[in-house]
Design a protein around this ligand. Sequence first.
Ligand code: AMP
Length: 582
Amino acid sequence: MSNPLRIYVPVKRVIDYAVKVRVNPAKTDVDRSVKHSMNPFDEIAIEEAVRMKEKDKKIEVVAISCGTTKSQETLRTALAMGADRAVHVEVKDDSTLQPLAVAKLLQAYTATQENKPDLFILGKQAIDDDASQTGQMLAGLLNWPQTTFASKVELEGQTLKVTREIDGGLETVQAKLPAVITTDLRLNEPRYASLPNIMKAKKKPLVKLTPEDLGIDISPRILTLKVEEPAKRVGGRKVDSVDDLIDKLKNEAKTLSHTSFDTGYSADCTEFCPLVDSTDYLAYETKNDAQVRKGKLYLFTVDPKNKNGLQQQQVIEGPAILDMKWSHALVENRKVLGVVDSIGGLQLHHLTDAGELESLAHCQVSEPDVLCLSLDWASRVNKDDHRIAISHSNGELSIVVPSESEWKVADQWHAHDLEAWITAFNYWDTRTLYSGADDGLFKGWDSRSQTPQFTNKRHSMGVTTMQSSPFQEHTLVTGSYDENIYFWDTRSMRMPLKTVQTPGGGIWRLKWHPTEANLLLSASMHAGAFVINTNTHEIVNSFLDHTSMVYGADWSYVHKDWVASCSFYDHTMHLWDASTTA
Ligand code: AMP
């Protein structure tokens, strides 16, 4: 065993995670003339090695990269993060460098007594080839133990204890050094290199050599035949006859509407009251498209056992409404519905014991020519925090708080340059507020000081929806016009944990199931409404009866798995059973 303990961290220069990757015109590869940076899993690997070194100063951390001259930029980043020295194995064209060749280069470089390693920490996968092979192949070539997909690493003397995230739980394994580790997303939050460390990194040693120096043949073993963009998603279809339509609804759509309701005006959102025991109350909002936008707020009772089980209780006329949400906590002993409108207002209504909505308060949040586009209550998990966050068409965000008998704007700030379509609290830590906008950006804020926490560019089009999971503390979901639903761990917002697409439509609203932590409802505009199992990331139910864009959908809190969804130009709300094909 070498002395001091030496850790090698192989780092790869890849297309930056925020770049939308395109196929080159010749369809032989992707377009590589875009921003590159260190593979995110390798940043985590460097961070872990540097933390080990911070605990035991005798540890030496060596970053090693195989690639073109540009890989030296990546190595300098690793040095600025805290690696002691760097090794560059230079190749002419890194697009043909395959995992087996990299594993052989790593083995060859570290084969001498002088360069002998005790531990390799690699990323679990490179985000360009998604091969997830190099660490495993290297361990195989060296005949060393491998602990892959590590979410926690403890090193005591010559013994490693590694926790791995596996389907259905955590696995803890132990191995003796020398060994190979590959890192998973949740292992740590990599540091940013400070300016003084970037300057210092310029002076740290970086040795250069070639595959020929190491006697390794790096010629590819796998031939790429063709590279293609994913097939365009299919939109709506025309059917030839009513019989054909009925056949498709039965055999393809599977879930049929139980009851529907026509409101005359275009339908925008629908929300079940969460604070009821036996009678289901559904608030449902519509707006028309005339110059002066007018809206109607409907209140229904819902009983799916009865074919006529959608009973209109009330309709309130006013300005067009763009979003509404019930508070999940009683507000001064009242069940309160928050509604935001097209003339900058927040309306608060409470549901009386007689089952009627009664106006409780009104707050003019912005100028009347600015639309309020979305709202969220902070009180879903922390029942004592009654703040409301609102996003606006001018890109601003507001926080409204109850104060004595009034509701007041406590803070308002410029968050985005285009329409802020959505805002959402982190229900577990309501200091954190998220926002998404037409600029394609998704941001995190400290809701008390309005300071930005992060800006994420992962979505390639406007970010329209997001919701913090009421069951899993660190889970957040976001959706966009780009048709992607991303699942995030809020402790590490660089890369989503998972992606799901619903077929052919941008996403407008996402709602977690009231009791099942793994079910998510998506109002997917042109495509319909869908239920996603977030364990398997599969669509388990598709509701395709809507003939126009689906903007609103919600789960009933009384009748398990019943959903109401609404669509715009056909001004229709449907009630359906999401358990029928689940
Ligand atoms: P892959 O097997 O390609 O998914 O990559 C897994 C890990 O192997 C990466 O996260 C890096 O730690 C390492 N790796 C892959 N390619 C290279 C390379 N060209 N240079 C250095 N390390 C690499």
